[in-house]
Design a protein around this ligand. Sequence first.
Ligand SMILES: Nc1ncnc2c1ncn2[C@@H]1O[C@H](COP(=O)(O)OP(=O)(O)OP(=O)(O)O)[C@@H](O)[C@H]1O
Ligand SMILES: [Mg+2]
Length: 385
Amino acid sequence: MSKLRAERLYKVFGRRPDEAVARLEGGTDREELRAQGTTAAVIDASFDVEAGQIFVVMGLSGSGKSTLLRMLNGLLEPTAGSVHFDGRDLTGLDPRDLRRVRSHEISMVFQHFALFPHRSVLENAAYGLEVQGIPRAERIKRATEALELVGLGGWERSWPDELSGGMQQRVGLARALATDADLLLMDESFSALDPLIRRDMQDQLLQLQKRLKKTIVFITHDLNEAMRLGDRIAVMRDGRIVQIGSAEDILVTPANDYVASFTQDVDRSRVLTAGAIMTEPAEVLGTTTDDGTELRTERDVLTAAPATVTADTPIIELFTPCSRSGVAVAVTDDDGSLIGVVSRARLLAVLGEPDGGPEDTRPDGTGPEGPERPGTPEGKVISGA
Ligand SMILES: Nc1ncnc2c1ncn2[C@@H]1O[C@H](COP(=O)(O)OP(=O)(O)OP(=O)(O)O)[C@@H](O)[C@H]1O
Ligand SMILES: [Mg+2]
């Protein structure tokens, strides 16, 4: 069973929300409702988040991300649909139980650090525990540990305004970690930070995640951030989830032109991995290398390959080996067995064509001749090779 499940969630603001849901189900579109003063903020959203995963929700401003997030911890009541957390239906809990879940099991980290200026860093980190009614000695112990975890050991007695933005955001993160909640909801938590500090925080979150194995729902409107952090990514548009998949899925097989246009500026060479673009070894069997060796067996492929990489190698690391010889780079598993190959042609096709090369699998079937998207990353990436 998944840790968190959203099933056919709707949130409508305005008059007669139930009627609006029925109309949306019947095919009325959002704009029509809006003209009547009703906002359908989230429409028919369903997804599962597995324990230990980072699930990213991405979308433009106003697409419904925060509204969706607030329904996940019961801060907002869905107009229709349900949220199951650890198998319990949050929408069916009485207010007291819901408050308990919200203060003990689910933690929220906001965009603006929400620190109390007249409390020390330590007291700020301990705030969630205070709400839980944890005794003072225990609070101090756990908040101190959490500050240590986010790299703020030694800053316990400082005041928030003595800290940089990145450090303040870490205090917010420490506050969430100190509560021991296993579900963290993060709403644009890093968006207010400078780019370099933001990257740092992303790295730190990924490292913490490896150790602590929290389940995280992370909201962002930044695709690169989504791609770095998300085990799975949901793309929202106008209240609806239009695609859910891995970073690779979204880049290589965007569900529609909207998703594709979102991904056009992404540096594919850093996001995609060898595993995502490799093809069957059989593809190069029967070919002949520059020095005249015919590749008859997989062993020949391994021997002739200019380099051997693993499935998680980012493709930016394939440029040099690929340029070295006409033969494909070999992708192997941990035991050194050949699991796939990346040919130079394949590498260039994936980088140059927004549709992911020859095997275009877009569900709308428009194929590579479909509506053109400007600005493929071609020039940028190839010139860097
Ligand atoms: N309390 C509310 N009352 C009425 N409308 C609301 C309310 N909260 C949100 N909305 C509307 O719902 C829609 C979705 O808003 P939401 O805040 O969820 O978007 P978002 O994706 O988080 O945007 P942003 O990236 O700007 O934070 C917007 O049209 C917004 O105006
Ligand atoms: Mg928001």
